[in-house]
Design a protein around this ligand. Structure first.
Ligand code: PRX
Length: 651
């Protein structure tokens, strides 16, 4: 067992080498990087061998249509078969796939055999509803097993799912349903929120509208009973899950689909305009999901109890709750509630009860635990933990050390994993058992992945200096486009380094003196609040949607717990009365309704003017300075420098 003391490398960064005991049984060895370096495509072909293919692929990568890749060309597989059936066929039907822990304290253990039956029943139901391969289904559900079953049933039938986070508003759901032209929406009657049942189907009814405003693509709504709340019912459109899936046959023979068959859409925020539907396909995505889950988490099927605390509404839930772990025959916790319901001990009780060995969370949660104090985790036996993961935002070194020392007892390696909705799976991360980790650094690209940190002219930045993170080689889990808008796909990710053909990630990064990579956060107008991606322009349009508002500017200001907090500045229309707190509450409610409560600004200030450049651009950098109470930077390009002082005086 190692102690909780880092060693100091020549770069004066504390680093934590892996313990000999961990290395001795680690999945990853030095041969992994060597194999990837020797022949990258052969390496990926070998990783694809983690899956069962119904037809072998003829070619590993076809990049002739760049920037749209084809991986494992000619290969055919069924994603759901790979995640469920094959484990049952291999004799592991009785292994628990999911220890589900519900918010009110109810729980269910679901074995791989039971999961297979459920997925088959749901697949038979979707088929009976007339859904076919290539159709889209929207899934708007809390963290209940049926959400995972729904995703897998879609995958089994070649239906492209679009999971919409159940915290999103009816308006946000509607725009995603329309964009994807979903034929079916799967939801629940309600969801548990801090001990209360809150309606959810209600939001679906509102989203789908009626009469002339009806969502034209939707034929049915499938409803899981979760809370017992009363729901309104549209006869002919609405169906209960228990009356359909519950009575369907558990026998279903699956067919295989092309490696490039679209598996899912996942909407995420960009710098401008409406959220974009990121398109992921089957063979390459699942290969990267399985590969990264196996090595980054050092996952041992049948031994580990794995827990990723994300929501399936985000990509982390897709890749590291559903596809990666299930492809690798994990036994995992799926948790419905918040970390402090009924109290702050909840996560640690779950770890203790189920003997969780791998725990994957966001830095914002670590910081929340720090605030609650170490007495809470210290009251529990957390000795089952052997590996800790972090995802979603840069983890500050202090939180990293606390996570390692207090939660991990000083013995667990931490994998700080950098990736995005667009990358499909983890791209940069330490390899447990190999990498000596540094608090706050995602360290290096995984074997088979390649990145650079470059300046505006595509030159490598000198060590220690800030640059942009780019991915200079295609990877199997990469997005294949933006649904319905391939021009935007090219423009957003591939135009900045078009000559070089590199993917622009939108993150700033630097190399340290050892050449290790530190991801520094977004360089565009995307905010990161508790690991959730929210665009400034989306929040601005929601605010401008209020009848009192003429103009709005939104910035992400650093926040001790959530990483960033949303701070908004608004100008009112001429003649509108500023009603103070009433107006501010209305504006916050407007953002909740338009997007989601997670996008609600922490602060809204009514101002007479916004700082603008001569070309009319709002100077967000200055607004961030104001929001964070800093000395103001260069104001010489402002039309009227006095505006900023007026702003500051307002706050
Ligand atoms: O800014 C980076 C940050 O989260 C962004 C991606 O957000 P999303 O697509 O919602 O996916 C989040 C979960 C994969 C990135 O552009 N980010 C994610 N992980 C890290 C990170 N920033 C620093 N370190 C990380 N480990």
């Amino acid at each position: 067992m190692t102690t909780d003391v880092g060693t100091t490398s020549n770069s004066a960064q504390a680093s934590y080498p892996p313990s000999a005991a961990f290395t001795a049984t680690a999945n990853a060895g030095p041969e992994l990087q060597a194999a990837a370096d020797a022949d990258r495509l052969a390496f990926w072909a070998e990783q694809a061998g983690r899956l069962d293919w119904d037809r072998d692929f003829d070619e590993v990568l076809d990049w002739s249509g760049a920037p749209v890749a084809k991986w494992f060309v000619g290969g055919k597989l069924n994603v759901a078969y790979n995640c469920v059936d094959r484990h049952v066929e291999a004799g592991h039907g009785d292994q628990v796939a999911i220890h589900w822990v519900g918010e009110p304290g109810d729980s269910r253990d679901i074995t791989y055999a039971q999961l297979k039956d459920e997925v088959c029943r749901a697949a038979n139901t979707l088929t009976a509803l007339g859904l076919k391969a290539g159709d889209r289904v929207a899934i708007y559900m809390p963290m209940v097993p049926e959400a995972i079953v729904s995703m897998l049933a879609c995958a089994r039938l070649g239906i492209t799912h679009s999971v919409v986070f159940a915290g999103f508003s009816a308006a946000a759901l509607r725009s995603r349903v329309d964009d994807a032209e979903a034929k079916l929406v799967i939801t629940t009657d309600g969801q548990w929120r801090r001990g209360q049942a809150a309606p959810l189907k209600f939001a679906v009814d509102e989203a789908l509208g009626s009469g002339a405003d009806r969502a034209p693509s939707v034929e049915h709504v499938l409803v899981v009973r979760r809370t017992g709340l009363d729901v309104e019912w549209t006869t002919g459109r609405d169906l209960w899950w228990d009356e359909t899936v519950g009575t369907a046959s558990p026998e279903h023979a699956c067919e295989s689909f092309d490696a490039e068959h679209p598996l899912f859409l996942l909407y995420t925020s960009g710098t401008t305009g409406k959220p974009k539907g990121i398109v992921h396909t089957s063979g390459g995505y699942l290969t990267q999901a399985a590969y990264t889950h196996h090595y980054v988490f050092d996952h041992k099927p049948g031994q580990d109890v794995y827990w990723c605390t994300a929501d399936i509404g985000w990509v982390t839930g897709h890749t590291y709750i559903v596809y990666g772990p299930l492809a690798n025959r994990a036994t995992q916790i799926v948790y419905e509630g918040t970390p402090n319901t009924p109290d702050e001990h909840r996560h640690f009780e779950v770890i203790e009860k189920y003997k969780v060995s791998i725990y994957y969370i966001a830095p914002t949660l670590v910081r929340t635990f720090m605030k609650w104090g170490r007495d809470i985790p210290d009251a529990h036996d957390l000795s089952s933990l052997r590996l800790l993961g972090s995802v979603g935002e840069p983890i500050n070194p202090e939180a990293w050390r606390w996570y390692r020392g207090v939660i991990g007892g000083g013995r667990c390696p931490i994998v700080d994993t950098w990736w995005q909705t667009e990358t499909g799976g983890i791209m940069l991360s330490p390899l447990p058992g190999i990498t000596a980790t540094k608090p706050g650094s995602a360290m290096a690209p995984l074997p088979g992945i390649s990145c650079k940190v470059v300046d505006d002219n595509a030159r490598d930045v000198p060590h220690g200096e800030q640059g942009y993170l780019v991915l200079d080689q295609p990877w199997p889990g990469m997005l294949r486009g933006i649904w319905g808008d391939m021009d935007r796909y090219r423009e957003t990710y591939w135009s900045r380094y078009a000559e070089q053909g590199w993917y622009f990630a939108g993150d700033g990064a630097k190399y340290d003196e050892d050449g290790d990579v530190w991801v520094l956060g977004r360089v565009d107008d995307v905010m990161n609040v508790s690991g959730h991606r929210i665009s400034t322009s989306e929040v601005e349009s929601a605010l401008v949607g209020h009848p009192a508002v003429a103009e709005a500017a939104v910035v992400g200001a650093s926040d001790e717990t959530t990483g960033q907090g949303i701070v908004a500045f608004v100008i009112l229309l001429e003649g509108v009365e500023n009603t103070g707190d009433t107006l501010i509450s209305e504006l916050k409610a407007q953002v909740s309704t338009d997007i989601s409560p997670i996008a609600k600004p922490r602060e809204i200030t009514v101002v007479p003017e916004l700082p603008k450049t001569r070309s009319g651009k709002i100077m967000r950098r200055l607004l961030r300075d104001v929001a964070e109470g800093r000395e103001l930077g260069d104001t010489s390009t402002l039309v009227d420098p006095a505006v900023v002082e007026a702003l500051r005086a307002k706050r």
